[in-house]
Design a protein around this ligand. Structure first.
Ligand SMILES: Nc1ncnc2c1ncn2[C@@H]1O[C@H](COP(=O)(O)OP(=O)(O)OP(=O)(O)O)[C@@H](O)[C@H]1O
Length: 474
């Protein structure tokens, strides 16, 4: 049977959290137990970064809009037509049930990208759109609102089709549709994802279908559950993640070719490299284009220090001294390998700290649960490797510690990652503190190069001198 509203991802995450709870039991450290092979110390860089997993993690942990002061760049297909932007949801003349849904979600006014994208998406006649902005800026909410606005609830067949790169991402977007359509009960949603089997010859009555390219293609062509000629809105979400998966690009294009010419095509992406742009142009004819630049990260509001040590144990002792001297609301500690992260988390927890550990082998939902607990303040220290922690914003984090300095796979300083790690402490107008552990000539050299790159002094800190440590927190 085709699944409807109640079939969200909640149970699934709940179940996964069950596994997570089993995993952590008895370890003393929140998170999965790290089973590192002693002989092979794998770096996170060696592991292929999974964009879909990162994107899902972002969605799971995001509870707010990402703040941005950057201006939206708009390229109109017809430059002579007036450019509309809205400052309130009322101006959009949404159906009352939808406006109710929007407010029930706690949205007071459109986000930066929504100010321009929504009037364009809701215009008559419908216009095509390619939109790019970083994760968390309100793209999903925007296209969900557009789909819900265009649907004719009386017509019991699919009218909106939304493609997501993975099963899990489709479920997440489905959840937003369900939430926003909460006061519109006649609207139904079907998930075209693996495992959702229908009987041959059956037709889908749900007005919105969300799914992955392979299954949607089967449903539109081979199995004919959907009549693509009746689709009015086609959304391609997370285009950058989509094209990273073999086959998805072709499948998406094949689906798009089956749609009527006047179908509204909308494409969203967090990044806009060449390959994404080429793909976007194939899928969206005559587009309007909206881009929102990323917020720049800065080291201006951050005090940076380094500590000289001889080995891992000394680094750990220095860390304990720092903890003994200053009050740290919450700290994030970055390690280069899973093995070090696991060791450090265990040592800190032995010292009586409440420690959370994020490790590469944990499933995305488990990671999200760990981050959530940390955000809620249940743990005060988060030990992590780099890949896991990208994009995490925790307001209370006042200190970032590089237990290992960030290096790329060739062993050179990874300045971007440094900025990314440290840049998060000084956000929200607060001053941040960053402490780098240096344990060899090589790492001193890395530190110097980072210092030169940013042209910002990193001061030496003597962690055996408690008075000196106390001063840094003033
Ligand atoms: N106008 C708004 N006002 C307040 N919150 C909003 C608004 N629009 C979206 N949000 C919330 O902000 C967060 C990010 O929004 P959304 O998921 O739509 O962004 P996105 O750009 O699609 O990011 P991602 O690709 O990571 O999902 C969500 O928690 C969403 O509920």
């Amino acid at each position: 049977m085709c699944q409807e509203k109640s079939w969200g991802s909640d149970q699934q995450i709940w179940k996964l959290q069950g596994i997570y709870l089993e995993n952590k039991a008895g370890s003393g450290v929140e998170g999965a137990v790290v089973k590192a092979d002693d002989n092979v110390e794998k770096t996170e860089d060696e592991e292929k970064e999974d964009r879909a997993a990162q994107s899902l993690l972002n969605k799971l942990i995001r509870s707010n809009l990402v703040d941005t002061t950057n201006q939206v760049e708009v390229l109109q297909r017809d430059p002579t037509s007036p450019l509309y932007s809205v400052k309130s949801f009322e101006e959009l003349r949404l159906k009352p049930q939808l406006l109710q849904g929007v407010y029930a979600m706690g949205f007071n006014r459109p986000s930066k990208i929504q100010e321009n994208a929504l009037p364009m998406m809701l215009a008559e006649p419908p216009q095509n759109l390619i939109a790019q902005s970083q994760s968390g800026t309100g793209k999903t909410a925007a296209f969900v609102l557009a789909m819900l606005s265009r649907v004719e609830p009386g017509n019991k067949y699919p009218q909106c089709l939304c493609l997501s790169p993975t099963y899990e991402l489709a479920l997440q977007t489905g959840k937003v549709i369900e939430q926003m359509g909460n006061f519109y009960p006649e609207l139904k949603l079907a998930y075209a994802v693996r495992g959702n089997k229908l009987e041959r010859g059956q037709k889908i009555s749900e007005q919105i279908v969300i799914g992955t390219p392979g299954t949607v293609l089967d449903w539109c062509s081979k199995l004919k559950f959907i009549d693509p000629k009746k689709i009015k809105v086609f959304v391609l979400d997370e285009a950058d993640v989509m094209i990273a998966t073999q086959g998805h690009q072709d499948q998406s294009i094949r689906i798009q070719r089956m749609l009527p010419r006047d179908c509204q095509m909308l494409l969203f992406s967090a990044t806009f490299e060449d390959s994404v742009w080429k793909f976007a142009q194939k899928v969206v004819p005559d587009p309007n284009i909206i881009k929102l630049k990323r917020e720049e990260e800065t080291l201006d509001t951050i005090k940076q220090y380094y500590v000289l040590c001889n080995n891992r144990d000394e680094k750990f002792r220095a860390l304990c001294n720092i903890y003994g001297a200053i009050t740290i609301a919450q700290a994030m500690i970055f390690c280069h390998t899973r093995k070090t992260a696991g060791w450090l988390a265990a040592e800190l927890s032995r010292e009586g700290h409440q420690v959370a550990l994020l490790s590469g082998e944990m499933m995305v939902e488990q990671r999200a649960a760990v981050i959530e607990r940390f955000r809620e303040g249940k743990e005060k220290v988060l030990v992590t490797t780099n890949v896991c922690a990208r994009g995490i914003d925790v307001e209370q984090v006042s200190v970032v510690i590089n237990f290992d300095l960030p290096v790329d796979k060739d062993g050179n300083p990874d300045n971007e990652t440094y900025l990314h790690r440290i840049g998060r402490t000084g956000r929200f107008g607060k001053r941040g503190l960053a402490i780098n552990m240096v344990d060899s000539k090589h790492s001193m050299n890395i530190l110097n190069r980072i210092q030169e790159h940013f042209n910002k002094k990193i001061n030496k800190l003597d962690t055996d001198d408690l008075d000196e440590i106390e001063k840094i927190n003033n």
